[in-house]
Design a binder for this molecule. Structure first.
Ligand code: NCD
Length: 339
């Protein structure tokens, strides 16, 4: 924990193995807080945490809220429809209003890539002691989802001691609309950092060949990669081949709201070709868990039967783990606000 140096959490490309391990260990510690008699820890008492979601959200917003409350922080929630945005106020002025109210941690989701990073630059330049936590910006990044997925997988492979070592040489297949997915990008950073080999699977319209270069160069804006040796990334167009050797499968929603044009003509054919179902999972050499970040479109990227089969899917575990994972992130950012 002494090595923790991030004042903002914007993207997992800047995370070292120590950073991942710190989050995993803290998540394990926070997992049982709701079982204690008070259900809370006083760690962030008096701190103000602001949830600013300019895009719809069910899981992420409410689990950040619950995580903040479990750490005894005060929480403000911003909702677009009830705000002065409808009176013509710009998003920047809205954000600055919340900063002026003294937000210690500002959690932001926005459809435009780099809004969280621009905001972090702004507060740093103006010596404002507010930490920015990216809860999803455009296609770019969704660090808390990447970390809760990492925790869920590490716990699946190593229930007694989930750690960065739990993923070494594991083969994780991510299927679907990779192009528009900030979840896929954040998972690529975290999974390869922990030594997992990732196979991406989808049609070329939703998975361009350039993804193969994702981790070949230092992360954008950085001279060196904080990870010495990453796991590999490969692209496989055939679902049958992508599933064959997998140790776990993650499927993603078709993110139509982020598509510039309609990139798929026929959803039935998509489901037949790339849908994860009990039938397609027979291509796996062994029984493997299925993850999905939600929201799920039943009958498109995953069958309804599989969504309801929690002997195979880890969807509710992902939601459950989202709370202690986000407690860990808020705790780490809140550490430097206590003096
Ligand atoms: C994702 C998101 O918003 O990026 N959902 C989530 O946060 N759990 C994935 C999606 O929108 O499909």
């Amino acid at each position: 924990m002494n090595n923790w140096k991030h004042n903002h959490i914007l993207d997992l490309s800047t995370f070292s193995l120590d950073d991942y391990q710190t989050v995993l260990e803290l998540t394990t510690r926070f997992k049982d807080v709701h079982k204690s008699s008070s259900r809370k820890l006083p760690a962030l008492q008096g701190r103000l945490i602001t949830n600013l979601f300019f895009e719809p959200s069910t899981r992420t917003r409410t689990s950040f809220e619950l995580a903040a409350k479990r750490l005894s922080a005060d929480v403000q929630n911003f909702s677009v429809s009830a705000s002065s945005l409808s009176k013509g106020e710009t998003p920047l002025d809205t954000i600055l209003t919340y900063i002026s109210m003294g937000a210690d941690i500002l959690i932001i989701r926005h459809e435009s890539t780099n809004v969280p990073a621009d905001l972090a630059n702004y507060v740093d330049k103006n010596n404002i002691n507010t930490s920015i936590l990216n809860a999803g910006d455009g296609y770019h990044s969704h660090p808390s989802q990447g970390l809760l997925d990492l925790y869920t997988l590490a716990t699946f492979f190593n229930p007694s001691e989930p750690s960065t070592n739990s993923l070494i040489n594991k083969r994780i297949t991510i299927v679907g609309d990779i192009l528009h997915s900030r979840v896929a990008r954040s998972n690529l950073w975290s999974l390869t950092a922990c030594g997992a080999d990732v196979t991406l699977c989808g049609p070329s319209s939703l998975l361009p060949n350039e993804f193969i270069d994702f981790v070949l160069n230092p992360p954008p804006g950085q001279k060196i990669d904080p990870i010495n040796k990453r796991g590999s990334i490969s692209i496989e167009r055939s679902l049958k081949h992508a599933l064959k050797n997998a140790d776990a499968v993650m499927t993603l929603r078709l993110q139509k709201e982020r598509m510039k044009q309609n990139m798929l003509t026929d959803l039935e054919t998509y489901h037949e070709t790339y849908g994860i179902t009990h039938q397609s999972l027979k291509w796996c050499e062994k029984k493997v868990p299925v993850l999905h970040p939600g929201p799920v479109n039943r009958g498109i990227e995953i069958s309804s039967q599989l969504v309801e089969d929690n002997s195979i899917n880890l969807i509710s575990k992902q939601v459950e783990n989202g709370i202690p994972t986000r407690m860990a992130l808020l705790y780490l950012l809140g550490l430097n606000k206590n003096n």
